[in-house]
Design a protein around this ligand. Sequence first.
Ligand code: NAD
Length: 272
Amino acid sequence: MPDSNGRLAIGIVGCAGRMGRMLAKLVTETRDVQLVGGTGRPGAKEVGIDLGTLAGLSALGVACGDDPDALFAGAEAVLDFTAPIASLAHAKLAAKHRKIHVIGTTGMNADDVAALQRSATDATIVMAPNMSLGVNLLLALVERTARSLGAGWDIEIVEMHHRMKVDAPSGTALGLGRAAAKGRGVDLDEVAVKTRDGVTGARAEGTIGFATLRGGDVVGEHRVIFAAAGERIELGHIATDRAIFARGAVRAVLWARGKPPGLYSMKDVLGL
Ligand code: NAD
Protein backbone atom coordinates (compact mmCIF):
# COMPACT_ATOMS: atom_id res chain seq x y z
CA MET A 1 0.00 0.00 0.00
CA PRO A 2 1.11 3.61 -0.56
CA ASP A 3 2.92 5.23 2.37
CA SER A 4 1.61 8.42 3.99
CA ASN A 5 3.36 10.49 1.29
CA GLY A 6 1.59 8.57 -1.48
CA ARG A 7 4.82 6.91 -2.57
CA LEU A 8 4.59 3.45 -4.14
CA ALA A 9 5.78 0.85 -1.62
CA ILE A 10 8.19 -1.47 -3.46
CA GLY A 11 9.68 -4.82 -2.47
CA ILE A 12 12.52 -6.59 -4.27
CA VAL A 13 12.78 -10.38 -4.38
CA GLY A 14 16.33 -11.60 -4.96
CA CYS A 15 17.57 -8.33 -3.48
CA ALA A 16 21.19 -9.53 -3.17
CA GLY A 17 21.54 -10.42 -6.86
CA ARG A 18 23.31 -8.16 -9.38
CA MET A 19 20.05 -6.70 -10.63
CA GLY A 20 18.46 -6.78 -7.15
CA ARG A 21 21.19 -4.56 -5.72
CA MET A 22 21.02 -2.21 -8.70
CA LEU A 23 17.24 -1.99 -8.29
CA ALA A 24 17.55 -1.26 -4.56
CA LYS A 25 19.92 1.61 -5.27
CA LEU A 26 17.70 3.05 -8.00
CA VAL A 27 14.51 2.75 -5.95
CA THR A 28 16.10 4.67 -3.07
CA GLU A 29 17.14 7.41 -5.54
CA THR A 30 13.72 7.68 -7.22
CA ARG A 31 10.93 10.04 -6.18
CA ASP A 32 7.42 8.63 -5.74
CA VAL A 33 8.66 5.16 -4.70
CA GLN A 34 9.85 3.71 -1.41
CA LEU A 35 11.77 0.51 -0.74
CA VAL A 36 9.86 -1.40 1.96
CA GLY A 37 11.47 -4.83 1.85
CA GLY A 38 13.41 -7.51 0.06
CA THR A 39 13.99 -11.24 0.15
CA GLY A 40 16.71 -13.78 -0.46
CA ARG A 41 16.38 -17.54 -0.51
CA PRO A 42 15.79 -19.03 2.95
CA GLY A 43 19.18 -19.67 4.57
CA ALA A 44 21.04 -17.40 2.14
CA LYS A 45 23.81 -15.31 3.69
CA GLU A 46 22.09 -12.01 2.78
CA VAL A 47 19.05 -12.76 4.96
CA GLY A 48 19.01 -10.36 7.93
CA ILE A 49 21.39 -7.86 6.28
CA ASP A 50 20.17 -4.30 5.66
CA LEU A 51 19.05 -3.68 2.05
CA GLY A 52 21.09 -0.45 1.92
CA THR A 53 24.23 -2.29 3.01
CA LEU A 54 23.63 -4.98 0.36
CA ALA A 55 23.30 -2.26 -2.30
CA GLY A 56 26.51 -0.51 -1.18
CA LEU A 57 24.62 2.42 0.39
CA SER A 58 24.17 3.52 3.98
CA ALA A 59 21.74 1.43 6.03
CA LEU A 60 18.03 1.95 5.24
CA GLY A 61 16.63 0.29 8.35
CA VAL A 62 15.03 -2.49 6.26
CA ALA A 63 16.51 -5.98 6.48
CA CYS A 64 16.52 -8.63 3.76
CA GLY A 65 13.94 -11.27 4.68
CA ASP A 66 13.22 -14.78 3.40
CA ASP A 67 9.40 -14.80 3.28
CA PRO A 68 8.09 -13.63 -0.12
CA ASP A 69 4.48 -14.09 1.05
CA ALA A 70 5.00 -11.43 3.73
CA LEU A 71 6.81 -9.21 1.22
CA PHE A 72 3.91 -9.33 -1.26
CA ALA A 73 1.44 -8.73 1.58
CA GLY A 74 3.25 -5.60 2.75
CA ALA A 75 4.31 -4.00 -0.55
CA GLU A 76 2.17 -2.50 -3.30
CA ALA A 77 4.54 -3.73 -5.99
CA VAL A 78 7.40 -6.23 -6.20
CA LEU A 79 10.36 -6.21 -8.59
CA ASP A 80 11.66 -9.65 -9.56
CA PHE A 81 14.92 -10.44 -11.41
CA THR A 82 15.54 -13.96 -10.09
CA ALA A 83 14.98 -17.33 -11.81
CA PRO A 84 11.97 -18.72 -13.76
CA ILE A 85 10.82 -21.16 -11.08
CA ALA A 86 11.05 -18.44 -8.42
CA SER A 87 9.26 -15.83 -10.55
CA LEU A 88 6.39 -18.25 -11.22
CA ALA A 89 5.94 -18.85 -7.48
CA HIS A 90 6.14 -15.10 -6.85
CA ALA A 91 3.47 -14.44 -9.50
CA LYS A 92 1.08 -16.71 -7.57
CA LEU A 93 1.72 -14.61 -4.47
CA ALA A 94 1.13 -11.43 -6.51
CA ALA A 95 -2.23 -12.92 -7.52
CA LYS A 96 -3.08 -13.98 -3.95
CA HIS A 97 -2.43 -10.45 -2.67
CA ARG A 98 -3.61 -8.69 -5.88
CA LYS A 99 -0.39 -6.74 -6.28
CA ILE A 100 1.85 -5.37 -9.05
CA HIS A 101 4.64 -7.74 -10.09
CA VAL A 102 7.38 -6.59 -12.48
CA ILE A 103 9.36 -9.57 -13.82
CA GLY A 104 12.70 -9.19 -15.60
CA THR A 105 13.73 -12.84 -15.20
CA THR A 106 14.76 -14.42 -18.51
CA GLY A 107 14.50 -18.00 -19.72
CA MET A 108 10.71 -18.41 -19.43
CA ASN A 109 9.21 -20.98 -21.82
CA ALA A 110 5.69 -21.03 -23.30
CA ASP A 111 4.31 -23.06 -20.35
CA ASP A 112 5.79 -20.53 -17.92
CA VAL A 113 4.15 -17.67 -19.78
CA ALA A 114 0.82 -19.54 -19.71
CA ALA A 115 1.19 -19.90 -15.92
CA LEU A 116 1.91 -16.17 -15.62
CA GLN A 117 -1.17 -15.49 -17.69
CA ARG A 118 -3.24 -17.43 -15.12
CA SER A 119 -1.75 -15.40 -12.24
CA ALA A 120 -2.45 -12.23 -14.22
CA THR A 121 -6.18 -12.76 -13.70
CA ASP A 122 -5.66 -11.25 -10.25
CA ALA A 123 -2.19 -9.66 -10.43
CA THR A 124 -0.92 -6.75 -12.54
CA ILE A 125 2.17 -8.27 -14.11
CA VAL A 126 4.67 -6.56 -16.40
CA MET A 127 7.13 -9.03 -17.90
CA ALA A 128 9.99 -8.29 -20.31
CA PRO A 129 13.17 -10.25 -21.00
CA ASN A 130 14.82 -6.93 -21.84
CA MET A 131 13.63 -3.96 -19.79
CA SER A 132 15.68 -1.37 -21.67
CA LEU A 133 13.41 1.35 -23.02
CA GLY A 134 15.69 1.79 -26.05
CA VAL A 135 15.68 -1.89 -27.00
CA ASN A 136 11.89 -2.07 -26.73
CA LEU A 137 11.53 0.98 -28.96
CA LEU A 138 14.01 -0.59 -31.40
CA LEU A 139 11.91 -3.79 -31.53
CA ALA A 140 8.88 -1.74 -32.58
CA LEU A 141 10.87 0.23 -35.17
CA VAL A 142 12.34 -2.95 -36.66
CA GLU A 143 8.93 -4.60 -37.00
CA ARG A 144 7.51 -1.50 -38.63
CA THR A 145 10.47 -1.06 -41.00
CA ALA A 146 10.36 -4.71 -42.06
CA ARG A 147 6.62 -4.37 -42.71
CA SER A 148 7.16 -1.37 -44.99
CA LEU A 149 10.06 -2.83 -46.96
CA GLY A 150 9.63 -5.85 -49.21
CA ALA A 151 11.60 -9.10 -49.14
CA GLY A 152 13.93 -7.49 -51.71
CA TRP A 153 15.57 -5.79 -48.71
CA ASP A 154 18.03 -8.11 -47.01
CA ILE A 155 17.90 -8.09 -43.20
CA GLU A 156 21.09 -8.74 -41.20
CA ILE A 157 21.38 -8.50 -37.42
CA VAL A 158 24.78 -7.84 -35.85
CA GLU A 159 25.34 -8.04 -32.11
CA MET A 160 28.34 -7.68 -29.81
CA HIS A 161 28.64 -8.64 -26.15
CA HIS A 162 31.36 -9.11 -23.54
CA ARG A 163 33.72 -12.07 -23.69
CA MET A 164 31.94 -13.93 -20.83
CA LYS A 165 28.62 -14.34 -22.63
CA VAL A 166 27.90 -18.04 -23.21
CA ASP A 167 24.95 -18.02 -25.62
CA ALA A 168 24.67 -16.78 -29.21
CA PRO A 169 22.96 -15.01 -30.86
CA SER A 170 21.83 -12.99 -27.85
CA GLY A 171 18.20 -13.23 -26.73
CA THR A 172 17.76 -9.62 -27.78
CA ALA A 173 19.18 -10.31 -31.27
CA LEU A 174 16.72 -13.18 -31.64
CA GLY A 175 13.94 -10.88 -30.40
CA LEU A 176 14.91 -8.36 -33.08
CA GLY A 177 14.86 -11.19 -35.63
CA ARG A 178 11.37 -12.19 -34.47
CA ALA A 179 10.23 -8.55 -34.76
CA ALA A 180 11.58 -8.33 -38.32
CA ALA A 181 10.00 -11.67 -39.24
CA LYS A 182 6.68 -10.59 -37.74
CA GLY A 183 6.80 -7.38 -39.78
CA ARG A 184 7.27 -9.51 -42.88
CA GLY A 185 4.60 -12.01 -41.87
CA VAL A 186 7.01 -14.97 -41.70
CA ASP A 187 8.29 -17.34 -39.01
CA LEU A 188 11.86 -16.53 -37.91
CA ASP A 189 12.71 -20.22 -37.51
CA GLU A 190 12.07 -20.72 -41.20
CA VAL A 191 14.19 -17.81 -42.46
CA ALA A 192 16.99 -17.38 -39.89
CA VAL A 193 20.62 -17.94 -40.95
CA LYS A 194 22.66 -18.02 -37.76
CA THR A 195 26.07 -19.10 -39.13
CA ARG A 196 27.96 -18.78 -42.42
CA ASP A 197 31.23 -20.52 -43.15
CA GLY A 198 33.04 -21.50 -46.36
CA VAL A 199 31.28 -21.53 -49.72
CA THR A 200 27.76 -20.68 -48.67
CA GLY A 201 26.38 -19.71 -52.07
CA ALA A 202 24.60 -16.43 -52.70
CA ARG A 203 22.30 -15.01 -50.06
CA ALA A 204 18.80 -16.52 -50.29
CA GLU A 205 16.08 -13.89 -50.66
CA GLY A 206 13.91 -13.41 -47.60
CA THR A 207 16.42 -14.81 -45.11
CA ILE A 208 17.32 -12.96 -41.90
CA GLY A 209 21.02 -13.28 -41.10
CA PHE A 210 22.79 -13.04 -37.74
CA ALA A 211 26.40 -12.17 -36.95
CA THR A 212 27.78 -12.54 -33.44
CA LEU A 213 30.81 -10.65 -32.06
CA ARG A 214 32.29 -11.28 -28.60
CA GLY A 215 34.95 -9.33 -26.77
CA GLY A 216 36.03 -7.25 -23.80
CA ASP A 217 33.38 -5.90 -21.46
CA VAL A 218 30.79 -4.78 -24.04
CA VAL A 219 27.42 -4.55 -22.23
CA GLY A 220 25.41 -5.06 -25.42
CA GLU A 221 25.27 -3.67 -28.96
CA HIS A 222 22.67 -4.55 -31.59
CA ARG A 223 22.36 -3.33 -35.17
CA VAL A 224 19.68 -4.29 -37.68
CA ILE A 225 20.67 -3.65 -41.29
CA PHE A 226 18.12 -3.45 -44.09
CA ALA A 227 20.11 -3.57 -47.35
CA ALA A 228 18.78 -3.14 -50.89
CA ALA A 229 20.38 -2.32 -54.21
CA GLY A 230 21.86 1.18 -53.90
CA GLU A 231 20.72 1.96 -50.34
CA ARG A 232 20.79 0.75 -46.75
CA ILE A 233 18.95 1.51 -43.51
CA GLU A 234 20.53 0.73 -40.15
CA LEU A 235 18.70 0.78 -36.81
CA GLY A 236 20.73 0.16 -33.69
CA HIS A 237 21.04 0.28 -29.93
CA ILE A 238 24.13 0.52 -27.75
CA ALA A 239 23.93 -0.29 -24.04
CA THR A 240 26.78 1.07 -21.94
CA ASP A 241 25.36 0.50 -18.46
CA ARG A 242 23.27 -2.34 -16.98
CA ALA A 243 21.38 0.30 -15.00
CA ILE A 244 19.15 0.76 -18.08
CA PHE A 245 17.39 -2.51 -17.17
CA ALA A 246 16.72 -1.28 -13.62
CA ARG A 247 15.47 2.07 -14.94
CA GLY A 248 13.07 0.26 -17.26
CA ALA A 249 11.77 -1.84 -14.35
CA VAL A 250 11.13 1.25 -12.22
CA ARG A 251 9.37 2.95 -15.12
CA ALA A 252 7.25 -0.20 -15.57
CA VAL A 253 6.25 -0.32 -11.91
CA LEU A 254 5.19 3.33 -11.93
CA TRP A 255 3.21 2.75 -15.14
CA ALA A 256 1.49 -0.30 -13.62
CA ARG A 257 0.13 1.61 -10.64
CA GLY A 258 -3.65 1.68 -10.91
CA LYS A 259 -3.76 -0.60 -13.98
CA PRO A 260 -6.22 -3.53 -13.89
CA PRO A 261 -4.88 -7.08 -13.52
CA GLY A 262 -3.31 -8.49 -16.68
CA LEU A 263 -0.06 -9.59 -18.27
CA TYR A 264 1.64 -6.56 -19.79
CA SER A 265 4.92 -6.00 -21.64
CA MET A 266 7.27 -3.06 -22.07
CA LYS A 267 5.41 -2.33 -25.30
CA ASP A 268 2.39 -1.46 -23.16
CA VAL A 269 4.55 0.59 -20.79
CA LEU A 270 5.95 2.60 -23.71
CA GLY A 271 2.56 2.90 -25.42
CA LEU A 272 3.89 1.27 -28.61
P1 NAD B 1 22.01 -12.97 -10.08
O1 NAD B 1 22.34 -14.43 -10.09
O2 NAD B 1 23.08 -11.99 -9.72
O3 NAD B 1 20.76 -12.69 -9.10
C1 NAD B 1 19.65 -13.53 -8.99
C2 NAD B 1 19.22 -13.47 -7.55
O4 NAD B 1 17.96 -14.10 -7.40
C3 NAD B 1 20.22 -14.17 -6.62
O5 NAD B 1 20.52 -13.32 -5.54
C4 NAD B 1 19.44 -15.39 -6.18
O6 NAD B 1 19.79 -15.81 -4.89
C5 NAD B 1 18.03 -14.83 -6.20
N1 NAD B 1 16.99 -15.85 -6.17
C6 NAD B 1 16.87 -16.94 -6.95
N2 NAD B 1 15.79 -17.64 -6.56
C7 NAD B 1 15.23 -16.97 -5.51
C8 NAD B 1 14.11 -17.17 -4.68
N3 NAD B 1 13.34 -18.24 -4.83
N4 NAD B 1 13.84 -16.25 -3.74
C9 NAD B 1 14.60 -15.16 -3.57
N5 NAD B 1 15.69 -14.92 -4.32
C10 NAD B 1 15.99 -15.81 -5.27
O7 NAD B 1 21.44 -12.66 -11.53
P2 NAD B 1 21.13 -11.26 -12.23
O8 NAD B 1 22.24 -10.89 -13.14
O9 NAD B 1 20.69 -10.27 -11.20
O10 NAD B 1 19.91 -11.67 -13.16
C11 NAD B 1 18.73 -12.21 -12.62
C12 NAD B 1 17.75 -12.49 -13.75
O11 NAD B 1 17.42 -11.28 -14.43
C13 NAD B 1 18.28 -13.43 -14.83
O12 NAD B 1 17.20 -14.20 -15.31
C14 NAD B 1 18.76 -12.47 -15.90
O13 NAD B 1 18.83 -13.05 -17.18
C15 NAD B 1 17.68 -11.44 -15.82
N6 NAD B 1 18.00 -10.12 -16.39
C16 NAD B 1 17.01 -9.52 -17.08
C17 NAD B 1 17.18 -8.25 -17.58
C18 NAD B 1 16.04 -7.57 -18.27
O14 NAD B 1 16.20 -6.47 -18.78
N7 NAD B 1 14.85 -8.16 -18.26
C19 NAD B 1 18.40 -7.58 -17.39
C20 NAD B 1 19.41 -8.23 -16.66
C21 NAD B 1 19.19 -9.51 -16.15
